[in-house]
Design a binder for this molecule. Structure first.
Ligand code: NI
Length: 387
């Protein structure tokens, strides 16, 4: 695997950053310490540092002559999970954990920044974007709303995520949708509470909500063209407090996922039709809130070809899957790809026995792929911003 020699020399340094950040995980918009480390290191490389976008966001600007501009993005936030691991760099913050590898993404981008600041074998401007709150809170959206791309114009933007279950250091990507739109909904079903032995005096919201949960499954099985894909999952169902009382309300919550903007727009009215219809059939009342959270992550074809070419240089053509299956998870790099053409891809975190998925208390980022990601980012800059 042709890792850039100087980047390989930085491996121990990247591991040191990664373990330090791993041991001190911080949740969405609270990444103060992580943000301080990123800013301090970028400054020490001689990179111009801008702070304060989306509270803890950091942008490093490295300019060498006149030329195109590129954005490279890493996420910095951790998850509210209690870590099971016992290794030395385990979380010191009770109930918080880097269980998605954002500690690794931050460290590999710092490694690339150090290499590029030293070597400067490019002509143009590199914007190193370290964003807060990728996990559900839309840190990328907030940075964009606060002027990210006006203050730091980028002609293209690139991001990576580690992927357990894929070979260490392999690359997976595809043009078009790679990750799904992530939206959420809440339904309050109001019936009329009564004695459980005399249900005819009330309107049972548990029966009504049960019909709703079942009927909502027909959106994907009966309303959606079978060659398309979407998910409707009800993930919370709360109601009642004892065995002889029919409660007066039930609360439902859940999420929808799909890849195409037109299906995304169609989803809310399809759900509303069923929820309204079922409530009316049983004489119940409802409150229905539908929240549009993350758009689908849609890769742009030209930038995806560039990314695939660089990935093949780094990992070898046989270890780059350019037509990987899309993933139903959400990713807020999607907001950046709505504004600026670019590509998001996966770097394999390791496959085989003992593989642990992200968002799991036993997960850890694979340090072996730090130089892979840093080399990918560095070669991308040298290729897109030629001297
Ligand atoms: Ni993640």
């Amino acid at each position: 695997m042709p890792i850039i020699n100087r980047v390989a020399d930085l491996h121990d340094q990247m591991i040191e950053w990664r373990h330090d950040i791993h041991a001190h995980p911080e949740l969405a918009f609270e990444e103060q310490r992580t943000s301080d480390i990123v800013a301090r290191e970028l400054e020490s490389f001689g990179i111009e540092v801008h702070r304060g976008l989306a509270k803890t966001g950091v942008v490093g600007v490295l300019k060498t002559g006149d030329g195109p501009s590129i954005g490279l993005r890493a996420d910095m936030d951790a998850l509210p999970i209690h870590e099971n691991n016992q290794f030395d760099h385990r979380s010191l913050h009770e109930g918080k954990m880097h269980a998605c590898g954002h500690d690794g993404h931050t460290s590999m981008l710092l490694g690339a920044a150090k290499y590029l600041a030293e070597t400067r074998r490019f002509k143009g401007t590199v914007n190193f974007i370290f964003q807060p709150a990728e996990e559900g809170e839309g840190g990328a959206r907030v940075m964009i709303e606060e002027g990210l791309f006006e203050k730091f114009p980028c002609q293209s933007v690139y991001g990576v995520h580690n992927m357990p279950g894929k070979d260490t250091g392999s690359f997976s990507l595809r043009p078009g949708p790679l990750m799904a739109a992530y939206d959420t909904f809440q339904v309050t079903v109001r019936g009329r509470g009564t004695h459980a032995a005399m249900p005819h005096h009330g309107i049972d919201p548990i029966v009504v909500a049960s019909h709703m949960v079942t009927a909502l499954q027909s959106i994907t099985s009966r309303n959606l063209n079978p060659i398309e894909s979407a998910v409707v999952s009800v993930t919370q169902f709360h109601g009642g407090s004892t065995n002889n009382v029919i409660p007066d309300r039930v609360f439902l919550e859940g999420t929808t996922r799909c890849f195409k903007p037109e299906i995304r727009e169609w989803m809310e009215p399809a759900m509303r039709r069923i929820i309204d219809g079922v409530a009316q059939a049983f004489g119940a009342e409802i409150e229905f809130d539908y929240l549009y959270r993350y758009p689908p992550t849609i890769n742009h074809p030209a930038e995806t070809s560039i990314a695939a070419k660089i990935a093949a240089e780094v990992a070898g053509e046989s270890r780059v899957d350019t037509d990987t299956d899309p993933v139903m998870g959400g990713e807020d790099f999607a907001f950046m790809l709505e504004k600026v053409p670019g590509c998001y891809l996966f770097i394999g975190n390791g496959a085989g026995e003992g593989v642990c998925m992200v968002h799991n208390p036993d997960y850890d980022f694979n340090d072996e792929i730090l130089p892979v990601g840093a080399t990918y980012f560095s070669r991308l800059v040298e290729s897109v911003l030629p001297t």
